[in-house]
Design a protein around this ligand. Structure first.
Ligand code: 9WO
Length: 252
């Protein structure tokens, strides 16, 4: 997969993607990351990339032409058609389902704005999809682009080792992860749950499933509708809630 990042600070995104799983994906040739700076496509001695907003108000807006020339150069660097994504708080929310969809594409262009954003005409003419990584404002789209690169890179076939892939599976079912423990068994901060020391793999799997269901229900009720759970999961959730003294889900 090829990802082109268009940004006034393209090295910033490349730095974020240089180590760990994403760095390894690049070393393995699963991901090629290329940075493009609109400043390099700006005209004149000052190489302006922004100007004041029509209608007044604070801040600056990114000019159409440097961005368009930059995007054109990026597109022309490879014959593969690109899916162009603009990262902004006005975008549709990025979800794991969306990440999977993006990861299946051969080529992405990630457009990062700065200042108050880019001229809307550029967005309408060149952008296929506007995405948000959450309801907060950053100083620019670069950190959001780094998030997309990371999430998409780790889904490339061969990017994760076996242990990482197995861990991934447990999150792919739309539930939050269960708690994790390592040595020592006894610590001033508490003891590791007995079931994890039992060696009974069925009991351990059952406990982890129950924890995942319970935590998702308590922390992210928007991710879990108890009414649609399989009967076995429903019993696990009810057991979790009974044990920790909470209310069972509606409909019991
Ligand atoms: C800046 C600003 C200043 C005063 C009043 C309103 C304002 N809105 C913005 C703004 O949204 N700036 C953005 C900065 C323009 C596009 C790039 N920037 C950005 C992207 N900030 N946060 C993101 C982002 C991207 C994806 N997901 C979450 C946040």
């Amino acid at each position: 997969m090829r990802i082109d990042v268009i940004s006034l600070f393209p090295e910033f995104v490349a730095q974020c993607a240089g180590f760990g799983v994403v760095g390894r994906a690049q070393e393995r040739g699963l991901l090629a990351l290329h940075g493009w700076n609109p400043r390099d496509y700006a005209e004149g001695n000052y190489r302006r990339v922004d100007d004041r907003p029509f209608g007044g108000g604070p801040g600056m807006v990114m000019l159409i032409d440097p961005l368009r020339a930059c995007l054109q150069a990026a597109r022309a660097a490879d014959p593969t058609p690109a899916h162009v994504v603009y990262l902004s708080p006005q975008g549709q929310p990025l979800t794991q389902a969306k990440v999977r969809e993006l990861a299946g594409r051969e080529r992405l262009v990630l457009l990062c704005g700065r200042y108050e954003g880019v001229d809307e005409r550029l967005v309408q003419a060149e952008v296929d999809e506007e995405l948000s990584i959450g309801d907060y404002v950053l100083s620019g789209g670069e950190l959001a682009a780094a998030v997309v690169v990371d999430a998409v890179a780790r889904l490339q076939e061969g990017a994760l080792n076996d242990a990482e892939s197995a861990a991934q599976d447990s999150f792919e079912d739309g539930l939050l992860d269960c708690p994790h423990y390592t040595r020592p068994v006894e610590h001033a901060l508490g003891k590791v749950p007995d079931v994890l020391l039992s060696g009974n793999h069925a009991d351990i799997a059952r406990w982890r499933r129950m924890q995942a269901l319970g935590r998702t229900f308590l922390r992210r009720p928007d991710l879990l509708d108890p009414a649609t759970l399989a009967p076995a999961d429903r019993r696990l959730l009810d057991e979790f809630l009974a044990r920790q003294g909470g209310e069972p889900g509606a409909g019991t």
